[in-house]
Unconditional design. Structure first.
Length: 327
């Protein structure tokens, strides 16, 4: 079964928007919505072409930390721009060695039947990044498609970009993160069995393993939490207070864990979260991680953190259609 929003290579004419789309931020959404509108005028199917793994990984360059996994990227595009079909092209050494003309001929004209190609202003393609927008336009004249770049969009702080989101996450500026993404940055993983020290303190936690997204600086965060029942389908689980760090008071090592503030499972089966896939949406930074003189002092501070998180999250509510998420 295909992940939500992922479609087979289309057979008819397409308008193809090419990008990494990491984070699927507000700028990406605007580009994809414009592509969908333009495709309708051209009587073509709108397609978002992205690559997995990211080209930088295969080419040995330093790849930026992910804001979204591939699965989440596809899910977000499907949610925000339902008309867009996502096509994922495997980026390997063979693809990396194709010339710009070979890529345009075999992928854009051949596989995707593109009549129009939309790219970012700094778009490069082909072996050794030999092609640019000018190259693409010339090739399109021969192969039967037009090409143009998208304008940068943003706010009074600057353009919306994945780089801006990463910097804001690393700076703990989650207001700007949400301003650019249109939602909080999130961390997704599987609940692992920990040392259960939180339970002895009166604050049991769900510990996430296998997180692939960009992790913010060590500290304590107000979060809302989804449970992912299957790809593309999530449901709001609870509000929470999360700790990211090495837990210096007890020397327990690195973890990403959250105490769920209003967790009210209907059954024992729902109460057992071990093995469940959860997503922590990071709403606000509360404080940096610190070492306390005693467990009693740590316990008292967790209570303070929980109250602070409750106040910050008071206005956050589950999406009313029951399909998951928060607003």
């Amino acid at each position: 079964m295909n992940p939500a929003g992922l479609e087979p290579t289309p057979s008819g004419p397409t308008l193809c928007a090419i990008g990494n789309f990491d984070g699927v931020h507000r700028g990406h959404v605007e580009v994809l919505r414009q592509a969908a509108r333009e495709a309708e005028l051209q009587r073509a199917s709108p397609v978002a072409l992205t690559f997995d793994p990211p080209p930088a990984v295969v080419l040995g360059r330093s790849a930026p930390a992910l804001l979204t996994t591939l699965e989440r990227k596809i899910e977000l595009i499907a949610e925000t721009v339902p008309a867009i079909r996502v096509v994922v092209k495997t980026f390997d050494r063979d693809l990396a060695q194709r010339s710009a003309e070979e890529f345009a001929t075999t992928v854009l004209a051949g596989e995707l039947h593109a009549v129009c190609v939309v790219v970012g202003q700094n778009f490069r393609f082909g072996r050794a990044r030999e092609g640019d927008l000018g190259t693409l336009k010339k090739l399109g004249e021969k192969l039967g498609f037009t090409a143009h770049s998208t304008e940068l969009v943003g706010d009074d702080k600057g353009p919306w970009s994945s780089t801006r989101v990463r910097r804001a996450v690393q700076a703990g500026d989650f207001a700007d993160v949400e301003g650019v993404l249109g939602r909080p940055h999130s961390l997704t993983g599987t609940v692992m069995r920990g040392d259960q020290r939180g339970r002895t303190l009166g604050f049991p936690t769900a510990n996430l393993g296998g997180v692939e997204e960009l992790v913010p600086p060590y500290g304590v965060y107000a979060v809302v939490v989804d449970r992912l029942d299957r790809p593309g389908i999530s449901r709001a689980l609870a509000k929470g207070v999360a700790n990211i760090g090495v837990r210096p008071t007890v020397g327990a090592g690195a973890s990403i864990e959250a105490h769920l503030l209003d967790f009210q499972p209907a059954t024992d089966a729902e109460r057992d979260l071990y093995g469940a896939r959860l997503r922590f949406h990071l709403v606000a930074f509360l404080r940096g991680e610190q070492k306390f003189a005693s467990l009693d002092a740590l316990r008292a501070q967790i209570g303070v953190d929980a109250n602070a998180a409750k106040a910050i999250l008071a206005s956050r509510k589950p999406v009313p259609d029951g399909l998951g998420g928060w607003y």
